[in-house]
Write a protein that binds this ligand. Structure first.
Ligand SMILES: [Zn+2]
Length: 419
């Protein structure tokens, strides 16, 4: 059986069926049931022990089917495995570096199958009573390490990050946090310094990704901005040291690169109905399939078909606000689900009354449409006094940390214990 592969472990399991051949209870103690009186019977009744071999390997340039047939696993068994896997992972997207681990019994049947596509993505299939497999994605436990660092901008934030030996990903995360106040993409500011406290995640001692940015302080020539991570009980968010959210209440647009094709108006000539009609939202043209983002935190109140809107998603926000995303090709969220600002909730399409792929974006206050441009500048809600009381002690400590980092004229790295 798969001699070329490394056999990791051999386990012995008692065959099933022993239980059903036990003597019926006769009122004696449980241990007596296996008494020698029935011995002869039991000896013939016990099936031979099942051997399970565990074989592990890298897919390389073979298909999983080839790998498993080499282990003498019957095609029907392989088919059943790949069918059970499909909702969780499709083997058509398998890659040569993927790692498999298969536990096979002496009847060449798969008892357990593990498939790893990255250090963070592991899938496990276990044979169930119906003869099929129960498949799930494994929860990966990562070791988190807190790091504090100062980045000094010479040409760009990306270069500052690369010079310090960190990955570009952290630059993107910093830029996103301060995106509302500083445009790092357009205006690199030479000499500006940013102190950041963040998490690095490891698996088996190997760095796999960045965790969260816990605190950041940007010290510019003219202005200083701070960002502290805090969960308000529902959402993670960044706040300045006084508890004001960094984010605006609404994103400017429901997509990253959408072109406004039709503005908000009380009266406009409708190209399809050929009549003057109010346009109660803003249209953004984009190719079919472009991700549509929720412009604010909230809860989905409608997800489905609604007349001229076609496939429509409606989200309810704080303070009586509601947003509509119409003409979608796909709706990715269901009614009742919580959505975060910037989260992808649907894809651009041309369903309903529509002349081409675009999203019809509408903002309503207490049910009445308003011009979405009017809410673009409103700040999110500051923390309530109760939340502020929780926020203050966390922030005082982190503020002291980033300030002391900035006072040092070198890019000091501190490693902190994780709890
Ligand atoms: Zn429209």
């Amino acid at each position: 059986m798969c001699v070329k592969n490394r056999v990791l472990a051999v386990l012995f399991c008692l065959a099933a069926g022993v239980g059903s051949l036990m003597l019926p209870p006769t009122g004696r103690a449980a241990g007596d049931q296996l008494a020698p009186a029935a011995g002869q019977h039991l000896l013939t009744a016990v099936a031979p022990a099942t051997t399970v071999s565990v074989v592990e390997g890298v897919l390389r340039n073979r298909t999983l089917y080839e790998v498993l047939t080499a282990c003498h696993i019957p095609p029907a068994e392989i088919l059943s495995l790949s069918r059970s896997f499909k909702p969780v992972f499709d083997f058509r997207s398998a890659r040569p570096k993927d790692v498999y681990q298969v536990s096979v019994d002496n009847r060449h049947m798969i008892q357990k199958f593990v498939y790893k596509t990255s250090p963070l993505d592991e899938y496990e299939a276990i044979k169930n009573e119906k003869g099929g497999y129960s498949v799930h994605k494994r929860d990966i436990v990562l070791d988190r390490q807190q790091v504090a660092k100062v980045f000094t901008i010479e040409t760009s934030l990306y270069e500052a990050v690369a010079d310090s030996g960190e990955d570009q990903a952290i630059a993107g995360m910093i830029a996103d946090i301060f995106a509302w106040d500083i445009d790092f993409y357009l205006y690199p500011r030479k000499g500006d310094r940013i102190a950041v406290v963040y998490e690095r995640c490891y698996k088996d001692g190997v760095f796999v990704k960045y965790g969260k940015i816990l605190a950041a302080r940007y010290a510019g020539k003219h202005k200083t901005f701070s960002a502290f991570l805090f969960n308000d009980g529902r959402f993670d968010g960044y706040y300045d040291e006084t508890g004001q959210p960094l984010k605006k209440l609404f994103l400017r647009t429901p997509m990253k690169f959408g072109k406004m094709t039709s503005g908000y108006s009380i009266r406009r000539f409708h190209p399809i109905s050929k009549r003057y009609k109010a346009h109660t939202g803003i249209d953004y043209g984009a190719p079919r399939g472009t991700p549509i983002m929720a412009t604010a935190n909230g809860r989905v109140t409608f997800s489905g078909w609604k007349g001229g809107y076609g496939k429509l998603l409606m989200v309810k926000h704080a303070n009586g606000y509601q947003t509509y995303y119409g003409h979608c090709s796909r709706l990715l969220k269901k009614r009742g689900q919580l959505v975060e600002q910037g989260q992808v909730i649907a894809r651009v399409g041309s369903t309903g009354i529509s002349t081409g792929p675009h999203v019809h974006y509408e903002v309503r206050v207490n049910g009445k449409p308003i011009n979405p441009n009017k809410v673009k500048k409103s700040r999110g809600r500051p923390l309530s006094p109760e939340l502020l009381a929780k926020f203050k002690p966390i922030v005082e400590e982190r503020l002291a940390m980033v300030e002391s980092l900035l006072e040092e004229k070198t890019s000091l790295v501190m490693l902190m214990q994780n709890d």
